[in-house]
Design a protein around this ligand. Sequence first.
Ligand SMILES: N[C@@H](CCC(=O)N[C@@H](CS)C(=O)NCC(=O)O)C(=O)O
Length: 197
Amino acid sequence: MELICSLTSPYARRVRALAHELGIQDQLKIKVVKPRESSDYLWNINPIGKVPTLRLDDGSTIFDSLIICDYLIATYAQDWGLEQQTNFWEYRTRLSLLNQTSDAGSQARKLLAQEPPQTKAADFQLDKVHRSLTHLETTWDTLETELSLASIGLACTFDWLLDRFPETDWAALYPRIGRWFDGFKTRDSMQKTQIQT
Ligand SMILES: N[C@@H](CCC(=O)N[C@@H](CS)C(=O)NCC(=O)O)C(=O)O
């Protein structure tokens, strides 16, 4: 199967890191595209044109990142990451929150890149990121002991924020997440999927 992705996307990194955790990274052929440029290859198989997109060997396609991860877990390691989840809906909501935190961060970047920078609108998006990290920092009881799609998702999102907003001291603002991330980032799955800038 082929993972169509960019090497800067926190969403695609989540899939790549999960593949490492499941030990199936060699089964994913990585095809790098630039989703913001015209790409018939991507657009023909994913009308929304976003990465990551997974193309299966039978030609069918799966997107977005959470669905791709669900597919990989269901196919290769049913129940992986669920063992510590006492509340399934809380877990799924956390996954969605992490996705939307990346959405808000990415929206803020786009607004700041405009000429002139749309700082007020960007701050509105960044406030969402801060509220989300505060929520995760204060409510995620099993963060330090958990290995799940949610912890991979937080690591990928947090690392992306560190990279894209270096002027913010994220680890000082969110010390619990910062301490946890210092350990989590040494995992093979994180080391082998570092974001390329
Ligand atoms: N909800 C999607 C978000 C994916 C996403 O926004 N990917 C960005 C790259 S980081 C993209 O492809 N952007 C191109 C576009 O917006 O057209 C997922 O989880 O896969």
